[in-house]
Design a protein around this ligand. Structure first.
Ligand code: FPP
Length: 250
C-alpha cells in the first residue's frame, strides 16, 4: 500500500464480498485449437483453480461458478457425459487444493437430476470441506435461476400451508430464505467470459444489484490478470442501490 502525503496509508480499493461467474467460451476455445469441445471444458479447470486461489489470496468471502445449467442437459449426450466425467475427476483430484486453501464447497441446483456417482462425490466433497471457512465456493450444477425462484416459492407456500408462516405477514426475507444462496451475501460482482452479454438464467434473484463485467476472453484463457481487471472495474463503480449520487455523498 502506498503511503499518502498525509502519512495515512491509501484506502484499499473496494473488494466484492461475493463474485459470481459464467465460465463461457470453452467450446469455442477448443474448436479454435482444432480440438473436440470437451477438451475446452477440461482446459477450463485451470482458470477455476486460479480464480479460487485469487479469491482466497484477496480475502473475497464467496465465489459462485456456473458449471452446468438446467438447459445444458439438452447438449449432445457425449458432451454432457464428458462434463459429468470431468466433475467426478475434478472432485477426486482437487479436494487437497480446496482444503489447502480453506475452501468450503457446496453445490446448488437440481442435484437429483445428476447420476448417482456425481451426486455421491458432490456430497462427499461438501461434507469433507464443511469445516473450512476462508472461502465459500458454490458450484451451480443443473442450476437455473427461474427454477431456483420457483423452488423458493414452493417452499414458502409449504411453510404457509403447514402453519409455520402467516400468508398475510410474509416478508421478502421469508421468500429469500428458500433460495439456493440463502445465508450468503448477494454477489456484488458478476463476470461473464466469452463475449456474450447476458445472464442466461443464472442467479436471477441474487444478481439484482450486482455490477456486471463482460469480457471477450474465452474461459480457458481467463488468467489472474483478467480477474484483476474485473476487480478494477468493480472498484471503479459507484454503487447507489437506488439512491442518488448526492444522497450517497451526504
Ligand atoms: C460453457 O462454455 C461452459 C460449460 C457449459 C461448462 C463449464 C465447466 C467447466 C469450466 C469445468 C468446471 C469444472 C468444475 C469441477 C468446476 P460453452 O461450452 O458454452 O462454450 P461456447 O459458448 O464456446 O460453446
Amino acid at each position: 500500500m502506498q503511503p499518502q502525503p498525509s502519512g495515512q496509508p491509501a484506502a484499499a480499493p473496494p473488494l466484492p464480498r461475493h463474485v459470481a461467474i459464467i465460465m463461457d467460451g470453452n467450446g469455442r476455445w477448443a474448436l479454435g485449437h482444432g480440438r473436440a469441445r470437451n477438451t475446452g471444458h477440461q482446459s477450463g479447470l485451470g482458470p477455476v483453480r486460479t480464480v479460487i486461489e485469487e479469491c482466497v489470496r484477496r480475502g473475497i468471502e464467496a465465489l459462485t461458478l456456473f458449471a452446468f445449467s438446467s438447459e445444458n442437459w439438452a447438449r449432445p449426450a457425449d458432451e454432457v457425459a464428458g462434463i459429468m466425467n470431468l466433475f467426478c475427476d475434478a472432485l477426486d483430484r482437487e479436494l487437497p487444493m480446496l482444503h489447502a486453501n480453506g475452501v468450503r464447497l457446496r453445490f446448488i441446483g437440481d442435484l437429483a437430476a445428476l447420476e448417482a456417482r456425481v451426486r455421491e462425490r458432490a456430497a462427499e466433497a461438501t461434507a469433507a470441506t464443511a469445516v473450512n471457512a476462508r472461502l465459500r465456493l458454490q458450484l451451480a450444477v443443473s442450476y437455473g435461476g427461474r427454477q431456483d425462484i420457483f423452488a423458493a416459492a414452493r417452499k414458502l407456500a409449504a411453510r404457509c400451508v403447514n402453519g409455520e408462516l402467516d400468508s398475510n405477514r410474509l416478508t421478502v426475507e421469508d421468500f429469500a430464505a428458500g433460495l439456493a444462496l440463502a445465508g450468503l451475501p448477494d454477489p456484488d460482482l458478476f463476470i461473464r467470459t466469452g463475449g456474450e452479454q447476458r445472464i442466461s438464467n443464472f442467479l436471477l434473484w441474487n444478481l439484482a444489484y450486482a455490477e456486471l463485467y463482460f469480457t471477450d476472453t474465452l474461459w480457458p484463457d481467463f488468467s489472474a490478470d483478467d480477474f484483476e481487471l474485473a476487480l478494477q472495474h468493480f472498484a471503479g463503480r459507484q454503487r447507489r442501490f437506488g439512491l442518488t449520487a448526492e444522497q450517497l455523498a451526504s
